[in-house]
Design a binder for this molecule. Sequence first.
Ligand code: NDP
Length: 222
Amino acid sequence: MPTALILGASRGIGHEMVRQYRIDGWRVIATARKQEDCDELAQLGAVAHQLDVTGAESIAALAWRLDDEQVDLAWLVAGVYGPSGSSFPTGPEFDTVMHTNVLAAMRLIPVVGPLLADTRGKLAVLSSKMGSIGARHSTEGTLYRASKAALNSVLADAAITYGAQGVTCVAFHPGWVQTDMGGAGAALTVEQSVGDLRATLAKLDASSNGSFLNHDGEPIPW
Ligand code: NDP
């Protein structure tokens, strides 16, 4: 039975990933920062671990728990939007968004990458088209945009480090999705977005290592 690791699964896209992989019979390891959310994920049949992605000690504890695991797919999903508009953020806003969307990936990828090497597995991060510099037409959410551009750089580094070990590393835009972050008026249901993301990742091979892709598999400019 293949294993999927979903980092940030309390709600939204991460939660739907757990639900869909479980329906398809996968073994799922999922994380959430609150114990009550871990309990709910366990009811879906996932092996659930508590993780605050902004906490170095929390990540170290997860690394210890995952030490003997081999996983086939890992999705880094947790993220925050931060302030809307295009004015420059306050220091605390910067810290929260950059810690959650960037520093967490810098700390988690070295934990997760080795778990994927034996299976020649796939590592996917939930980026955003808003992080694209090559396809930029707006300044809304300037801090979020900067954080996702930085996350893309972290993923490009991972593609070099873990790509050499046979791991396929990809950044995804999930579409504009009806979650707490995307809002009720978003274009895609969470079921559609996650269905596309899973199907696209399943089709990729090592030739896609280091790509930035839309949920339907179309390339997005960095
Ligand atoms: P939601 O706001 O619905 O969910 C965010 C998730 O991230 C929650 O599970 C939340 O956990 C978790 N999270 C945030 N901070 C932390 C933390 N410090 N530690 C652990 N978990 C944390 O977002 P979506 O599901 O919509 O988004 C998922 C990803 O997709 C994000 O990275 C987002 O940037 C990206 N994305 C989403 C789009 C959309 O339209 N929805 C568009 C483009 C990209 P908790 O419940 O504990 O807060």
